[in-house]
Design a protein. Structure first.
Length: 257
């Protein structure tokens, strides 16, 4: 997916002071993507920022580099005790230092399908960035993927919205991720199987053309029926012994369904 850089000299950010980010925090913008772009690049904005924004049509904008902290999840010392996220108590420091923030265009967290898929991709992309920069890894689970309300339940009790798809997000993030190398390997295996199938079809055709028996042997009938059902052969009339033997072997190996 493409990420469009929108940050500029007016976008708020600060150094991470050596802290490696390992928590992703989800937000809702309570406005449009264009209003988000305008606010996070406004020279008059001296209070907030975010690393990323995800539009309802799936576009992704970036405002702050991951190696810097955005001003998105800061809380006062008095608010630490009210945070429901365990990581806030474990770290006991400004959450901005160890978090990466994703804003979602909308008001109630009811993401479109395109927006959901982009957000899932972005969560995984952020983890990859952390791996590449700091050689650190973290799981995308309930400890490391949060909503803003879990950090600041007093001022942001509904962020990222009551309809945010938490169950689906965690379930999807827990699924195995197919990387480029794995995809290439799968495609190569598929090509090899297609070539093997072509060879089998050619051999079947050659055997079908010689030494015809007067009928289908009883011991080969099940294999023939399956081969016909799959479209591998037409109903044979007087195939060869080797032809029926091959079909029977393929059937016993489970290759005919």
């Amino acid at each position: 997916m493409e990420i469009v850089w929108k940050g500029n000299q007016y976008t708020n950010s600060s150094p991470r002071n050596g802290i490696v980010p390992f928590v992703i925090v989800n937000h809702i913008s309570a406005g449009t993507m264009s209003s988000m772009d305008n606010w996070f690049t406004d020279p008059g904005n001296q209070v907030s920022s975010a690393h990323y924004g995800v539009a309802r049509d799936g576009r992704i904008h970036q405002y702050v580099a991951v190696d810097r902290m955005a001003w998105a999840n800061g809380i006062s010392q008095e608010q630490f005790a009210k945070a429901t996220a365990q990581v806030v108590h474990d770290m006991n420091m400004n959450p901005n230092l160890y978090t990466v923030s994703i804003e979602h265009e909308g008001t109630d967290g009811d993401l479109t399908e395109a927006q959901f898929q982009s957000s899932v991709w972005l969560h995984r992309h952020i983890r990859k960035i952390v791996r590449d920069i700091w050689q650190k890894d973290f799981p995308l689970d309930t400890y490391h993927v949060l909503g803003h309300y879990q950090i600041n339940p007093v001022q942001k009790p509904d962020c990222p919205g009551p309809k945010f798809p938490w169950a689906r997000l965690y379930k999807t993030l827990a699924e195995p991720e197919i990387g480029d190398e794995e995809m290439e390997e799968l495609l190569a295996r598929l090509a090899a199987l297609e070539a093997q199938k072509a060879q089998l079809e050619a051999r079947v055709a050659a055997l079908e053309a010689v030494e015809h028996l007067p009928g289908i042997p009883d011991w080969a009938q099940d294999a023939v029926n399956k081969a016909v059902a799959q479209g591998l052969i037409d109903t044979p009339q007087g195939g060869s012994f080797d032809f029926y033997r091959l079909l029977t072997i393929l059937n016993r190996k489970g290759l005919l369904g």
